[in-house]
Design a protein around this ligand. Structure first.
Ligand code: DQA
Length: 147
């Protein structure tokens, strides 16, 4: 069974109450349950992690490479400036693994500083602006690619 890790970056533990007009009202715990159910339906083995620390996200990318795990990543604010996370993501896709970047909101329709993603250039693909359903679409993309 193919493995996938769903990784959420800073402040996403506050989903449900954080700017619900932009991120909706689904809590992180509810999102985890949804992701687990979606992955199960697609025949994927899934682990979900969230951290507010850049180093944790970098280390999870290293683990993905070492354990051959595909990645669904919402880098949150790190999207816009973390070269360390970009470099770690490069190792994931260079290892032949799929890495889908997900954003709940559409950063391109928001402030200008959100228009740059340092992650997109090394991701397999990006899904943005479709709410938490973006995670389901990302898992489907992984499932199709590992086919
Ligand atoms: C986000 C968009 C980012 O700009 C923001 O910093 C986030 C969440 C999204 O899911 O829409 O924290 O990645």
């Amino acid at each position: 069974m193919a493995k996938v890790m769903v990784v959420n970056g800073p402040n996403l533990n506050r989903l449900g109450t954080r700017e619900p007009d932009k991120y909706g009202t689904t809590t992180h715990a509810e999102l985890v349950d949804m992701v687990v159910a979606w992955a199960e339906g697609l025949g994927l083995e899934v682990e979900v992690g969230q951290s507010n620390e850049e180093a944790d996200l970098v280390e999870w990318m290293h683990t993905a490479v070492d354990d051959q795990v595909h990645v669904v990543l919402n880098p949150a604010a790190f999207t816009h400036y973390s070269i360390a996370l970009r470099d770690a993501c490069t190792m994931v896709t260079d290892a032949g693994l799929t890495l889908i970047e997900v954003h709940i909101s559409n950063p391109m329709a928001r402030e200008e500083f959100r228009h740059v993603s340092v992650i997109s250039g090394v991701a397999t693909g990006t899904i943005a602006g479709l709410g938490v359903d973006g995670y389901r679409l990302a898992l489907e993309a992984v499932a199709r690619r590992v086919g």
